[in-house]
Design a protein around this ligand. Structure first.
Ligand SMILES: [Zn+2]
Length: 151
């Protein structure tokens, strides 16, 4: 902050009354004050420090392919299977298959494997991800910490 009278930069100012005006002034200008009301201390502004990542890890994760529902539906229709038949073969509820085809649900591994085998498609792909541990107390894998690497 700066002294309201001389403009000098100060860490600590005196809140004073001069001619019925309240001002924050420096030590020297305090002499002109009619009355000292108190001390104003500048709050230290903490700059956010850039944390160095403590650990970086690259790991592989299985990710469902884009438009998996569309892919399943197309392949199923290519094979001339209606959803009822398809569900029966997979030993799965029709509603579940519908939700998967609508991409409202991701099939679990077991079901995905059955679908993959039956339709000859790949539903999951391996992606390399980078996990950066900033050394914070609660290390959580957040979207911000996971960067998908270009393969
Ligand atoms: Zn001053």
């Amino acid at each position: 902050m700066n002294c309201d009278l001389c403009g000098k930069e100060v860490k600590k100012a005196y809140r004073v009354k001069i001619d019925e005006t309240i001002l924050d002034v420096c030590e020297e200008c305090k002499a002109y004050a009619d009355e000292v009301l108190g001390i104003v201390e500048e709050k230290e502004v903490k700059k956010p420090k850039m944390k160095k990542p403590i650990k970086e890890e690259i790991f592989e994760e299985l990710e469902i392919v884009e438009e998996y529902g569309k892919l399943i539906k197309e392949k199923r229709m290519e094979m001339g299977l209606d959803i009822t038949e398809f569900s029966r073969i997979l030993n799965e509820k029709e509603s579940v298959i519908k939700r998967i085809e609508e991409e409202k649900m991701i099939p679990n591994e077991e079901l995905a494997k059955k679908i993959e085998r039956l339709l000859g498609i790949t539903l999951f792909r391996k992606v390399e991800k980078k996990f950066i541990d900033h050394g914070s107390k609660d290390v959580e894998l957040t979207i911000g910490d996971v960067t998908e690497l270009k393969s």
